[in-house]
Design a protein around this ligand. Structure first.
Ligand code: ADP
Length: 190
C-alpha cells in the first residue's frame, strides 16, 4: 500500500506518518526532511533551495521529482511508501502517478488533515522551540499556509476525482486521529 498524507504546515503530517510507519511497516518519504538534509549537508542543491524554503515558497517540481524518483525506483520501498509533503502541486500529483506507474505501483489512499490558520500558527510556534527550523516562525508560517491554500486545491480535486481522498479533522487529539486513520487503512486493506 502506498499513501499520501496531505495538509497545511503544522497539520500533523509528520506525527501521523510516524505512527502509520510503525503500525503498518511502511516507509516515510518526507520531501521537507530530504530538502532540509541537503541544506544541512551544504550540498549544491542545498545552497540553491535554502532561501526558497526559508521564504515559505515551494522548490521546483523538478527538484522534488528527482528526490522522490530515487525512492520509488528502489525495490526495498515498493508499495510501502507514505508520501509526506508530496505532492503539493497538480503537476507533482500527475508526476507521482506517472512515476508509480513506471514502477508498477499506484496510490491507494490520500489522507487530508484539515486545520485552521490559527492552529497552524500555534503549533508552529510550539515546534520552533523544539526543532529549531528556520522556516518555523509566525511570518513564514503564514506564508507557508498561504502557499498551501494556493497550490492545494487542484491537488485535492485531482484526488477527489479518483475517489482516493479521505478528509480528517486535524484538530482532534493525536490518539483520536491515530485511530481514525487506522480505521480507514484497515477498511482499505480489507
Ligand atoms: P510543512 O508541511 O510543515 O511546511 P515540510 O517539511 O513538508 O513542512 O516542508 C517545508 C518546506 O520544504 C516547504 O515550505 C517547501 O519550501 C519545501 N517543500 C517540501 N516539500 C515540497 C514539495 N513537494 N514541493 C515543493 N517544495 C517542497
Amino acid at each position: 500500500m502506498n499513501l499520501v498524507i496531505f495538509g497545511p504546515p503544522g497539520a500533523g503530517k509528520g506525527t501521523q506518518s510516524k505512527f502509520i510507519v510503525n503500525k503498518y511497516n511502511l516507509y516515510q518519504l518526507s520531501t521537507g526532511d530530504l530538502l532540509r538534509e541537503e541544506i544541512n549537508n551544504k550540498t549544491k542543491l542545498g545552497l540553491e533551495i535554502s532561501s526558497i524554503m526559508n521564504a515559505g515558497e515551494l522548490v521546483s517540481d523538478n527538484i522534488v521529482g528527482n528526490l522522490i524518483e530515487k525512492f520509488i525506483s528502489n525495490e526495498k520501498y515498493k508499495n510501502k511508501i507514505i508520501f509526506d509533503g508530496y505532492p503539493r502541486t497538480l503537476n507533482q500529483a500527475v508526476n507521482l502517478d506517472n512515476l508509480l506507474n513506471k514502477f508498477n505501483q499506484k496510490i491507494n489512499l490520500v489522507l487530508k488533515l484539515s486545520v485552521s490558520l490559527e492552529t497552524v500558527k500555534k503549533r508552529i510556534l510550539e515546534r520552533q522551540s523544539q526543532e529549531n527550523r528556520k522556516d518555523d516562525n509566525e511570518q513564514v508560517a503564514i506564508k507557508r499556509y498561504q502557499t498551501y491554500e494556493k497550490s492545494s486545491k487542484p491537488v485535492l480535486e485531482y484526488y477527489e476525482k479518483s475517489k482516493l481522498l479521505k478528509v480528517i479533522k486535524g484538530e482532534a487529539t493525536i490518539t483520536e486521529i491515530n485511530s481514525e486513520i487506522s480505521g480507514i487503512i484497515e477498511a482499505i486493506k480489507g
